[in-house]
Design a protein around this ligand. Structure first.
Ligand code: KG4
Ligand code: ZN
Length: 337
């Protein structure tokens, strides 16, 4: 199993990657974020059409950048769950066609398992430390996962309502900022005061999270400020900083507590929101204090990419796992399924 081809089309990034063993030889991502920005969020039908248009050129680019042709590929890993079904089937059909043409094995990968492996893409020579704890924070997910070994995961907690990235995106929208909202809130938060507004930190049972109350509190504050004609740039930055700090407080405290309660010494933070600069800095400080090793992938591997899918698939292919040509796509699927 020398060269693995990874294909990811679960949401609004069309991505193909080539791994040589565990080493990333290429990872090409064509983001549709600009297209969906006009609608303020991902439109599933438009996403699927874009994948159809972009997948072949992205595949060719990934092969060229890795200096290989399809004939070099030994196995294929494709995201088949969870995600937008119309988007997933585009990548899945491509994976099956390539597998059939080359007569090579392919496997379906759970998108969340891909995110788990993203933390280890930059250290191909290091053993993956098991057990470890992972906080997956993206546009669609906020999950705390106890990873015992390859393919062996326990979901400790999840969001009861909005995902962390969804909270960033929805809050950005009500502040009149663009989509996706995370990067813009991150940027503005650096210019604002995180203590300017005191937004609620939801107290949720167990290892779960909740962000919808926070979003409502921001909306009320925005309405009040608008009535007073007081929503200027500086106030907007303060709102961003205060909202972001409320999300971070909830994420960091619970995640570090969970890591300690489960006796792990390594924590990973993955998914689009892991690119947040304040989350990285504050999580690092909290982990230093708690004596935890923290791994956060570089931004290009935080957001959706096929390299992480290829790495997850690599371990599955190594164990002899093989998918059949009737493999389906699923909108929702628990990790480990
Ligand atoms: O992992 P991802 O690319 O897609 C999903 O699987 O959902 O994550 C996208 C999410 C979006 O909600 C986006 O606003 C958020 O990640 N995001 C950020 C930052 N960069 C991206 N959130 C906070 N701060 C950032 N710097
Ligand atoms: Zn994702």
């Amino acid at each position: 199993m020398r060269y693995i081809l990874g294909i990811e089309t679960s949401c609004d990034e069309t991505s193909v990657a080539v791994l040589e063993g565990r080493v990333v030889r290429s990872s090409v991502v064509a983001s549709q974020a600009q297209l969906h920005a006009q609608w303020g969020g991902v439109v599933p039908e438009a996403a699927a059409r874009q994948h159809v248009e972009r997948l072949n050129p992205v595949l060719q680019q990934a092969l060229d950048a890795a200096g290989v042709t399809l004939t070099h590929i030994d196995g294929i890993a494709v995201t088949n769950r969870p995600g937008l079904v119309g988007a997933l089937v585009v990548g899945l059909a491509a994976a099956k066609a390539i597998a059939f043409a080359l007569q090579k094995p392919f496997v379906g990968v759970n998108h969340l398992e891909g995110h788990l492996y993203s933390a280890f893409l930059t250290e191909p020579d290091a053993e993956i430390p098991f057990p470890h704890l992972s906080l997956i924070v993206s546009g669609g997910h906020t999950e705390l996962v106890f990873a015992r070994g390859h393919g062996d995961y326990a979901l400790l907690g999840h969001t009861l309502d909005d995902a962390a990235g969804e909270a960033f995106d929805k809050t950005a929208r009500l502040l009149g900022l663009g989509y996706p909202g995370g990067p813009e809130i991150d940027r503005r938060a650096k210019l604002g005061n995180p203590h300017a507004f005191s937004f609620p930190r939801a107290r949720v049972e167990g290892w779960n999270f909740s962000f919808s109350g926070l979003k409502t509190a921001v909306r009320r504050e925005v309405e009040r400020l608008q009535q007073q004609n007081a929503l200027d740039e500086a106030t907007l930055n303060d709102l961003c900083a205060s909202f972001q700090q409320a999300v971070l407080d909830a994420l960091i405290e619970k995640t570090v507590d969970a890591a300690q309660a489960h006796g792990v010494d390594t924590l990973t933070v993955v998914g689009g929101v892991a690119a947040n600069s304040a989350l990285q800095a504050q999580m690092r400080a909290a982990c230093n204090q708690a004596g935890l090793h923290l791994k956060i992938p570089p931004p290009k591997y935080c957001t959706d990419n096929a390299a992480m899918i290829a790495l997850a698939g690599y371990y599955r292919l190594l164990t002899g796992e093989r998918a059949d040509y009737d493999l389906d796509a699923y909108a929702s699927a628990p990790l480990g399924s």
